[in-house]
Design a protein around this ligand. Structure first.
Ligand SMILES: Nc1ncnc2c1ncn2[C@@H]1O[C@H](COP(=O)(O)OP(=O)(O)O)[C@@H](O)[C@H]1O
Ligand SMILES: [Mg+2]
Length: 344
């Protein structure tokens, strides 16, 4: 890939009284449980190598305690590593001194938290412009930015409300607007929708994807919810016990799980809503008759279209109508019904 936006190499984080000693034990091959039971240290991250491309939503997904928050908090150095390297735009961030670090957090990397973390005695507008006021931006520009972002996240008319007058979903819209108002290149989102009701969560995902289509930030999105990971991620990394088990696009994860653990995770996923025709079509230059389906159509919709049209095959085209290949209804149903056959 071109230079990654964020590059992480050999990252270890051990919590406890003597992390350096514990790191020697880990490098000597001691297990996570043994380190905890015998030496009272927690191996939170056990050697992470990860490249995050510019302009995508990179999801880190794993169960509670797998190290997701620890990992993401290294990127703005809320947590210092026990060992390893972290670069942003090819430049080391672990060597940054106090001032440069403050600059990184105020201008380049913003964070959205699960529990919103809004300032309770400030209004919606003041919360959103807070980052700009800290930076010394003049009042007029603060006000302009606040009202622009209030509109963008759909909170018109709530400028002067206080956080406790808002629902959870609205509070997180403020959290997102506050982060975006500082115009960062990188947005870190640590289970941002985890505290919200399912329906609201779906709305928030749609809003995030809509904003991202325009803004093209580099987003690191943490979740423990596989459906959410596959819905928002352009890339997905599966984290388990402080190690990355697989990184791939959503289709890779579902169709080609790297090991039994990932396979178990994706077993119950609704494949018809996650996988797209592009992943299972037969590439070629011959059309299959009247029915045309775009390559990014999810399988469930493609199956409906084929069934409704009484067709067994359809021609697959890209967004510009260019011929890409064909897809068979039988194949779609087969992949929707069970793990992809070995012929894939
Ligand atoms: N400050 C800390 N001190 C000791 N252990 C910690 C600390 N922070 C996290 N941990 C431990 O590190 C592991 C990873 O935690 P965390 O990154 O919060 O996981 P996740 O966000 O995936 O739920 C867990 O076992 C957790 O208990
Ligand atoms: Mg966490």
């Amino acid at each position: 890939m071109p230079q990654p936006k964020i590059s992480i190499r050999g990252l270890y984080k051990i919590f406890g009284a003597d992390p350096a000693m514990a790191l020697d034990l880990v490098r000597g091959g001691i297990g996570r449980q043994e380190l905890l039971d015998g030496h009272r240290h927690v191996l939170a991250l056990g050697g992470i190598d990860l490249d995050i491309a510019a302009g995508g939503i990179h999801v880190v997904m794993g169960l509670s305690g797998s190290g997701k928050s620890t990992l993401v908090r290294h990127i703005n150095r809320l947590i210092e590593p026990t060992a390893g390297e972290i670069q942003i735009d090819g430049a080391d961030i672990l060597g940054l001194d106090g001032r440069a670090l403050t600059d990184l957090r105020r201008r380049r990397v913003a964070m959205v938290f699960q529990r919103f973390a809004l300032l309770p005695h400030r209004t919606v507008a003041e919360n959103i412009s807070y980052g700009l006021s800290v930076r010394g931006v003049d009042r007029a520009r603060q006000t302009e930015a606040a009202s622009r972002w209030i509109t963008r996240v759909g909170l018109e008319g709530f400028d002067d409300h206080y956080p406790d007058q808002l629902s959870g979903g609205m509070q997180q819209r403020v959290g997102l607007a506050r982060a975006l108002a500082t115009e960062p290149d990188i947005l870190l989102m640590d289970e941002p929708f985890g505290a919200l009701d399912p329906l609201i969560r779906t709305d928030m995902r749609a809003m995030l994807l809509g904003l991202q289509a325009e803004l093209n930030k580099t987003i690191v999105f943490i979740t423990h919810d596989l459906d959410e990971a596959l819905a928002v991620g352009s890339r997905v990394s599966i984290l388990r016990e402080g190690r990355i088990e697989q990184t791939g696009d959503p289709e890779d994860i579902v169709l080609r799980p790297a090991n039994d653990h990932v396979a178990e995770f994706v077993e119950d996923i609704n494949r018809g809503r996650v996988l797209r025709v592009a992943a299972i079509m037969e590439p070629g230059s011959e059309a299959a008759g009247g029915l045309q389906i775009e390559a990014d159509t999810v399988l469930e919709d493609a199956a409906h279209r084929l069934a409704a049209g009484g067709a067994e095959r359809a021609t697959v085209v890209d967004g510009a109508g260019q011929l890409l290949g064909t897809v068979r209804l039988e194949r779609i149903l087969q992949v929707m019904a069970r793990p992809a056959a070995a012929d894939n």
